[in-house]
Design a protein around this ligand. Structure first.
Ligand SMILES: Cc1cc2nc3c(=O)[nH]c(=O)nc-3n(C[C@H](O)[C@H](O)[C@H](O)COP(=O)(O)OP(=O)(O)OC[C@H]3O[C@@H](n4cnc5c(N)ncnc54)[C@H](O)[C@@H]3O)c2cc1C
Length: 419
């Protein structure tokens, strides 16, 4: 049996993959119930392809918005770079903007329908693991203090950025790394901008607004717009431990965005229109030298938590799950599959972590800020279009969704493949 620790996007994607290929599995989740938490995330075409291969094409269309355009804008609202996305860019699969909670519930519901309710046990927090002959044991604790251990042929830590299994593998690592940026996130009913399904990044390295719709417009023309306001201050000043669901105070950041009204988008109105705003320090973790210890390995944020700047945290979690599935098919359930999975994925995801720290997809925003403070008539006067195009292509390749490469690549798991 494959024991999956954590029922987030990575763990549930792996569980659905195991069910698809005929591998026995069980998910053990710390939360008492799986609930639709979070706000918007983006699923890049490489991850959408995998969800389609899991038979979720119709369901995704029902919960997401097919992203048409991605754009970088200066703090004065001037367009620096815009490009089509997903099928509009020539991919064979769309890019989707979705509510994280809606995606998690879709995966959860589908898993229960396909594999039965016994496939997921909630209310069990992993506290550690042990390699034993024939596999590994994960130690668990319930909210009432009860403990138990579960044996698997392999144990997979899909337990997110605060992974207990990773903490045992890397005892000296400590908390995630904070470089001084705080994100405030919310959703607001508002008129969608530009194409009606555009994802926009406005500002520069120390002050940014990201916005995109995660629902189609209603009969009044209003959609749910997901937005993230970001400010960077002195990391030495310290911040409270990150918690995806901490409620925020608008006075901490709204004044800085007060004049970000550009006709096509109105940042203060968007921010003030949210029923609830959450704050979150932007953190990541250093790449580590090893994810696999015998019959135990890591996927998703447990393996490679990165800044959420390239919208690939959830996408990468899904791809990890599928890659691990393909190695289980090739090597059967055991340490050899885990070692092969790590060998393929660790170098790739380490590169994404480091790229997102330095020259992520929006690095050009700061270049424009440095050169002209965001004010220009024609962007060619500030930065050549070819440089912008080259940067955009390079990031997609690093993150595994280069258009030609993805379209030409065979499926990660062939249709009908079974253990
Ligand atoms: C509540 C929540 C809200 C989020 N909101 C956003 C958002 O708004 N925007 C965004 O970009 N990203 C968000 N994320 C992060 C995003 O989901 C991940 O970056 C990405 O999807 C990778 O998924 P993952 O499954 O590796 O990690 P996660 O989605 O973090 O899932 C990890 C799962 O493991 C469980 N878990 C943790 N510790 C243990 C343990 N010791 N034993 C058993 N189970 C454990 C957690 O409860 C969770 O269900 C959120 C994550 C969470 C948990």
């Amino acid at each position: 049996m494959i024991v999956i620790v954590g029922g987030g996007i990575a763990g549930l994607s792996l569980a659905l993959t195991c069910h698809q290929i005929g591998a026995p599995f069980r998910v053990l989740e710390a939360a008492r119930a799986i609930e639709p938490l979070g706000v918007g995330i983006n699923l890049q075409p490489n991850a959408v392809r995998e969800l389609f291969d899991l038979g979720l094409e119709q369901d995704l269309a029902a919960i997401g918005v097919e992203t048409r355009e991605y754009g970088l804008f200066s703090k004065r609202g001037r367009a620096i770079w815009t490009e089509p996305r997903g099928r509009f860019a020539g991919y064979r699969w769309p890019q989707y903007s979705v509510h994280r909670g809606a995606l998690q519930m879709l995966l959860y519901r589908t898993l229960l329908e396909r594999a039965g309710s016994a496939s997921v046990e909630t209310g069990w927090r992993a506290t550690g693991f042990e390699n034993v002959p024939g596999g590994a044991v994960v130690h668990l604790q319930a909210p009432d203090g009860a403990t138990r251990s579960v044996l698997g042929s392999v144990v997979i830590g899909a337990d997110g950025i605060h992974s207990a299994l990773r903490a045992q593998m890397e005892p000296d690592e400590g908390p995630p790394i904070w470089a001084g940026a705080i994100l405030w996130r919310g959703t607001t009913r508002a008129r969608p901008f530009r194409t009606g399904a555009s994802m926009v990044l406005i500002g520069h390295a120390t002050q940014r607004l990201v916005a995109y719709p995660i629902s189609p417009p209603d009969s009044d023309g209003l959609a749910t717009i997901n937005w993230i306001a970001e400010l960077t201050s002195d990391p030495g000043a310290g911040w409270r431990r990150e918690d995806w669901n901490r409620t925020a105070d608008l006075a901490d950041f709204l004044p800085r965005f007060a004049d970000w009204r550009f006709g096509w988008i109105d940042a203060p109105e968007l921010i003030q229109g949210a029923a609830k705003v959450y704050e979150y320090p932007m953190v990541d973790r250093d790449p580590i030298a090893r994810w696999t210890h015998g019959a135990v390995s890591l996927i998703g944020d447990a393996a490679h938590a990165t800044y959420p700047v390239g919208s690939n945290g959830a996408s990468q979690a899904i791809v990890d799950a599928r890659k691990l599935g393909s190695h289980l098919l090739a090597h059967r359930i055991g340490p050899a599959a885990l070692a092969a999975y790590e060998q393929e994925m660790r170098p790739l995801t380490s590169k994404i972590i480091l790229t997102n720290r330095g020259s992520g997809p929006d690095a050009v925003l700061q270049q424009v800020e440095d050169r002209c403070g965001g004010a220009f008539e024609a962007i060619e006067d500030v930065i050549p279009k070819e440089d912008l195009a080259r940067h955009a292509v390079r990031y997609k390749r690093v993150a595994g969704f280069g258009i030609e490469e993805l379209n030409a690549r065979p499926p990660i798991i062939a249709a009908g493949a079974r253990l």
